[in-house]
Design a protein around this ligand. Structure first.
Ligand SMILES: *Cc1c(COP(=O)(O)O)cnc(C)c1O
Length: 395
């Protein structure tokens, strides 16, 4: 097929055509098991009937009306997010990058408004990922995503992830925010240590800085709780959400408290599509299903099964040395002999009818539907086993 898109993506050879639950059918007529979940987005699988209904119902009422007005779907979803998190107020946008952009701008302005213009420094982690806008690639700790776009925004310091001493050394009275992914997603499904997040909270409190948790990937049930911070009992000042928030309909959200929200007074920030009724109606319905105790319990149960099965495959084949993550957001770390080859494994899996992801070049990532059942999981695992066996035979 002729490709009319800019070459910043290297597309897989298969072109998906339709999908249902955890199965996808390609234009090649083949069926695939999807354990990638559209990169942690399709949290309720594909074509969930309740989401189709919510979308169709809203589509017949109101699509878009501008931010001159608020709407019932936006208020309804915001209320659900507030009722089930630390937050009091929500800003809606369209993506994870935009949610983080809002979080970072809010933290800068809050620092300036309350403590003066010098309080503008942002501390972020090496190997973190916060999106692809210029500000978020600069804050993200992966120079390969930012260096070609210099000059970059200033006042950003990077420290090694999970290194409390480095964080303590970097923070100062000029720090306005520390931003952390509770589990580093794109760079390898690496959970934060309990003590690290506690240190970040304490340092923010001591220095009048805001703690931002980027839960774009870890949020909306993937870890077995609505948000990953709940596992740690460490509460941020600002949280960003996107990916699974709309289960495939583009939407992002920044959640914050009544203490900080007034910094975003009228006209200080905005978004044409933010709070779009279609996105909020889908997100609101998705929220109810994801946040149901039985769904979250299912995530924990299926996550444990998937983790055990992957560890077993890893030790039998010798390809994985560790399985890490939480719930149904898991990463298989490649053994020393296979470092840097995660992309080969996802390609081999696709050939065997299985969609999985990389997280960096040393980790194979699983972010399936939160509703993944035993049958689809077992079929996916057997395809993985076959793919690895064949891949190893060519080594
Ligand atoms: C995917 C991701 C983003 C960026 O989200 P987009 O919707 O692609 O802008 C930001 N932070 C984290 C942790 C992510 O996983």
């Amino acid at each position: 097929m002729q490709n009319y898109l800019t070459p910043n993506f290297s597309f897989a050879p298969m072109i998906p055509e339709r999908a249902l639950g955890s199965r996808v059918w390609g234009a090649d007529g083949r069926e695939y098991i999807d354990l990638s979940g559209g990169i942690a987005v399709n949290a309720l699988g594909h074509s969930h009937p309740a989401l189709i209904e919510a979308l169709a119902k809203q589509a017949q009422k109101l699509w878009h009306i501008s931010n001159i007005y608020t709407t019932a779907p936006a208020q309804e979803l915001a209320k659900k997010l507030v009722d089930h998190s630390f937050g009091d107020k929500v800003f809606f946008c369209n993506s994870g990058a935009e949610a983080n952009e809002a979080a970072l701008k809010l933290a800068r302005k809050y620092g300036r408004d309350h403590f003066g213009g010098e309080k503008n420094e942002i501390i972020a982690c090496t190997n973190s990922f916060h999106g692809r806008t210029l500000f978020t690639v600069s804050v993200g700790g992966q120079p390969k995503y930012s260096q070609d776009y210099a000059p970059l925004p200033q006042g950003i310091t990077h420290v090694p992830f999970n290194d409390s001493a480095a964080l303590e050394a970097a923070v100062s009275s000029k720090t306005c925010a520390i931003i952390i992914e509770p589990i580093q997603g794109e760079s390898g499904i690496l959970p934060a240590a309990q003590e690290y997040l506690e240190t970040a909270r304490r340092l923010c409190d001591e220095h009048n800085a805001l703690l931002i948790f980027d839960e774009v990937q870890t949020g909306m049930g993937h870890t077995g709780k609505l948000f990953a911070y709940e596992h740690y009992g460490v509460v941020p000042d600002i949280l960003s959400s996107a990916k699974a928030l709309g289960c495939g309909f583009p939407i992002g959200a920044m959640i914050t408290t009544d203490k900080i929200a007034p910094t975003f007074g009228p006209g200080t920030h905005g978004s044409t599509f933010g709070g779009n009724p279609l996105a909020c109606a889908v997100g609101s319905r998705a929220f109810d299903i994801i946040n149901a105790p039985e769904t979250l319990a299912h995530v924990t149960r299926q996550g444990n099964k998937l983790r055990e099965a992957l560890a077993q495959i890893g030790s039998e084949t010798g390809v994985f040395k560790e399985v890490r993550g939480m719930g149904l957001l898991l990463g298989c770390v490649l053994s020393d002999a296979y470092q840097g080859r995660a992309g080969e494994i996802t390609a081999a899996a696709l050939k065997h009818g299985l969609m999985v992801l990389v997280a960096g070049s040393n980790v194979v990532r699983f972010a399936p539907s939160l509703l993944l059942d035993d049958e689809d999981m077992n079929e996916g695992l057997s395809r993985l086993q076959n793919a690895l066996t064949e891949w190893l035979a060519t080594q």
